[in-house]
Design a protein around this ligand. Structure first.
Ligand SMILES: [Zn+2]
Length: 401
C-alpha cells in the first residue's frame, strides 16, 4: 500500500498545513471561515483537504440562518469535527506538562489507536536539547540516521525508541513514550530539561523514525541508515574485504573505535559542522596506511616512479586513487574518489572560516558535490556524507539495494 502521506502526483512525502478557507452562501454575502488541514506537496504544489469537504458544506448550511448578511464568522475546527480541538488534552499525560497539538494524533496517518488514546501524539523539541548531552562526558548523542537519534548514558541508550527528526529539523517523541521514559524519579531532572526545550507542533513528522514505526508497507518498515552510522559500517566492511582479499590492513586505527568518540554536528552551526569534517578526515584520510598502499601498488606492477611526482612522494589520497585503479581494477578512479578530495578541502577550510578566500573554496566544494551554492552548511554536510556512502558502496563487492 502506498503511504498516505505520499503525493499521488510525484510520490514525495507531503506536509500537513492549516489554511483558512471560506465557506460562503450562494450570493457570497455571508459564511464561515475555518482553518482546515491540508496535505501539501512542496515539490509539485498539489494540495488536498484531509477532511471531507461535504461535512464543511453541510455544517455551513446548518449555521447560515444564524448569520447576518455581510458577516463572516471565524469558526474553530472543533465545531465541525468535535475531536479536532486544538485545546484538547489527553488527561492521563497531563502530569508531564508538555505542549502538543492533539489534532496531530487524529490527522497524521497511522497514529490513531482506539485502545490507547493519545499515546502516539508527537511532542516537539528544539534540537538544542541535545547540546547538553553531547557536551557532557557521561552522555553521547548518536544519530542512527539523518532523521532519528538517541541519547546514551555511559554507553546505554537512555530511551527505548529515541527521537525522530522532522524535515524542519525539530526533534519529536511520542507522548506515551515520554510518559514511560520519565516514570522513574531519577529521570525528573531530565524531564525539566525536556520541558524547557518543548516547542509547539508544526505537524511534520516525516522521518525514518516515523515511517519505520508506522509502516503502511514492508518497505516503510525497513528503513536503512543514511548517515555517518551507515558510512562507518561501510568503511568497516570495506576494510574487512581488503584484509580477506589482499591480506593487508589499509588503516592505522579501527574505525569502530574511532566512531565511539565521534561528535556529530547537531545544529546549523558552522564551527560544529567543520569540526565534524576534522573527525571524518582523520578517520577516512589521515587513517590510511601510506606504507601498505605503496607495497600493494608495487605488487600490482607499478614502479617507484609512479608513486612520486617531481621527486615528492605521493600523498595518501593520490595513493588511494591509484589503489582503486590498479588494486581494485575500477575504471573512473578519479571520479570515484572525488568526495574524499572534497572532504580534504573542507577539513583545510576549518582553520579559515573567516578568511576572504573561504567562500571561493567552499563554493568549489559545493559545485563538486553537485548541490546549489545556496545550500546550508548542514545541507553540504549531508550531501558529502551521502556521496561518501555511495563511494564505499561502489568499492565493496557485496551488493546493496
Ligand atoms: Zn507532489
Amino acid at each position: 500500500m502506498k503511504h498516505p502521506l505520499k503525493c499521488p502526483n510525484c510520490s514525495d512525502y507531503r506536509y500537513i498545513e492549516y489554511q483558512g478557507v471560506r465557506f460562503k452562501d450562494h450570493e457570497a454575502k455571508k459564511g464561515i471561515i475555518v482553518k482546515i488541514p491540508f496535505f501539501v506537496c512542496k515539490t509539485c504544489g498539489k494540495k488536498d483537504s484531509i477532511l471531507p469537504r461535504e461535512r464543511f458544506l453541510s455544517f455551513r448550511d446548518e449555521i447560515l440562518p444564524s448569520i447576518h448578511d455581510g458577516e463572516f464568522f471565524d469558526m474553530p475546527l472543533k465545531y465541525v469535527f468535535s475531536k479536532l480541538d486544538s485545546e484538547k488534552r489527553f488527561k492521563k499525560f497531563d502530569h508531564l506538562n508538555f505542549q502538543y497539538d492533539s489534532r496531530d494524533y487524529y490527522i497524521i496517518p497511522g497514529l490513531y489507536r482506539e485502545w490507547d488514546e493519545g499515546y502516539l501524539t508527537p511532542v516537539f523539541f528544539d534540537k538544542d536539547l541535545l547540546l547538553y548531552y553531547n557536551g557532557h562526558p557521561d552522555y553521547t548523542v548518536k544519530f542512527t540516521s539523518f532523521s532519528s537519534c538517541n541519547i546514551y548514558y555511559k554507553g546505554e541508550s537512555m530511551f527505548d525508541w529515541g527521537f525522530g527528526i522532522n524535515r524542519y529539523g525539530k526533534l519529536f517523541k511520542w507522548l506515551g513514550d515520554l510518559d514511560r521514559d520519565f516514570k522513574d524519579d531519577d529521570m525528573k531532572p531530565h524531564l525539566k530539561r525536556f520541558q524547557a526545550s518543548n516547542l509547539p507542533s508544526d505537524h511534520e513528522i516525516v522521518s525514518k523514525f516515523y515511517l519505520s514505526q508506522n509502516p503502511f508497507s514492508p518497505s516503510d518498515a525497513f528503513q536503512s541508515s543514511d548517515n555517518e552510522t551507515k558510512l562507518f559500517s561501510l568503511k568497516n566492511e570495506f576494510n574487512k574485504e581488503i584484509i580477506e582479499k589482499m591480506e593487508v590492513e589499509l588503516t592505522k586505527v579501527n574505525i569502530e573505535q574511532l566512531a565511539e568518540y565521534y561528535k556529530p554536528p547537531i545544529l546549523e552551526e558552522r564551527e560544529q559542522i567543520f569540526s565534524a569534517y576534522l573527525s571524518l578526515n582523520k578517520y577516512f584520510i589521515e587513517n590510511l596506511q601510506e606504507q601498505s598502499l605503496r607495497e600493494i601498488l608495487l605488487k600490482c606492477g607499478l614502479k617507484k616512479d609512479n608513486l612520486q611526482k617531481n621527486g615528492m612522494k605521493l600523498g595518501s589520497l593520490k595513493l588511494f586513487t591509484l589503489f582503486i585503479e590498479h588494486g581494485l581494477n575500477k575504471e573512473n578512479a578519479n571520479k570515484i574518489v572525488a568526495p574524499l578530495f572534497v572532504l580534504n578541502d573542507l577539513r583545510q577550510l576549518h582553520g579559515h572560516l573567516s578568511d576572504a578566500s573561504f567562500e571561493k573554496t567552499y563554493n568549489s566544494c559545493k559545485e563538486r558535490l553537485e548541490i546549489p551554492l545556496s545550500s546550508t552548511d548542514l545541507g553540504v554536510f549531508k550531501a558529502l556524507v551521502t556521496r561518501l556512502i555511495l563511494l564505499y558502496q561502489s568499492l565493496i563487492d557485496k551488493k546493496y539495494d
